[in-house]
Design a protein around this ligand. Structure first.
Ligand code: IPE
Ligand code: IPE
Ligand code: MG
Length: 242
């Protein structure tokens, strides 16, 4: 563990909204896709940093259900980057002993991308280190919609007399993140003060940290700054302060 975090609490689950790739490229007079490429490299880097720090769960928001609205040129370039980086991430996951999961609706992707996601999750299933969760074609509202659909279908399938109430646990168990603890720390890069449809149910009590740093520049020091800020928080979960 780095000296700056000596004796500090490491959040069990860190979730990140990777934002600012486009602005990073624009600042350098480069096409947006170059920002996305640098952003993918930053993902590789941060997986290693988090695994080394002993983070148990890392969730990164890479592509939202709303990002399809971008130009076909940009969406196409992002799909090509997924193709390359799913393979690179498999190598990183093996080296770091990470288990990879995907959240979101993968059915909208091309068959070879779906195959790449399946390979990454299958090949890393037995890994015992950090769980690395990639949110692609993910939207918090879409996830809740799909969860409600599952609950309704399950209720229809079962004897409806046995149905009494929808519990919070039933909803949590029907989300893509079933079995994963809620994020302790939510980081957003590039300074935007919004959640942009990310983990709407799960971040109910997450501590939020926003940095001006653009995602491709996010590094070990930037992560340490976020964790140091987390250590100053007083998490009360609605309870009375003692
Ligand atoms: C984040 O970077 C990556 C994706 C949403 C795919 P952006 O592409 O949103 O970068 P900015 O916000 O335009 O700088
Ligand atoms: C959020 O970033 C989505 C991802 C990082 C994948 P956006 O750039 O899409 O969010 P808005 O449009 O600024 O809210
Ligand atoms: Mg953005």
């Amino acid at each position: 563990m780095g000296d700056r975090l000596e004796g500090k609490v490491i959040p069990e689950h860190i979730a990140m909204i990777l934002d600012g790739n486009g602005r990073w490229a624009k600042k350098r007079g480069l096409p947006r896709v170059m920002g996305h490429k640098a952003g993918c490299e930053a993902v590789e880097r941060i997986v290693r940093v988090c695994a080394d720090l002993g983070v148990k769960y890392l969730t990164v928001y890479g592509f939202s259900t709303e990002n399809w609205k971008r130009s076909s040129e940009e969406v196409g370039a992002l799909m090509d980057l997924f193709r390359v980086y799913l393979k690179k991430l498999l190598k990183v996951a093996r080296e770091e002993n990470c288990r990879c999961l995907m959240i979101g609706d993968k059915t909208r992707f091309a068959p070879d991308i779906i195959a790449g996601i399946d390979e990454l999750t299958e090949e890393t299933r037995q890994n015992s280190g950090m769980t690395f969760i990639i949110a692609i074609n993910y939207g918090g509202r879409d996830e809740l919609r799909r969860a409600v659909e599952k609950i309704v279908n399950e209720t229809k399938r079962r004897d409806s007399d046995s149905f009494s109430a929808v519990t919070e646990q039933m909803i949590s168990n029907s989300l893509d993140t079933a079995g994963i603890p809620d994020p302790d720390l939510l980081i957003r890069t590039s300074g935007e003060l919004r959640v942009s449809n990310f983990l709407l149910w799960q971040i109910a009590y997450s501590e939020i940290y926003v940095t001006e740093t653009l995602w491709p520049d996010f590094d070990k020091k930037a992560l340490e700054d976020a964790v140091l800020s987390y250590n100053t928080r007083d998490r009360r979960f609605g309870g009375r302060k003692v």
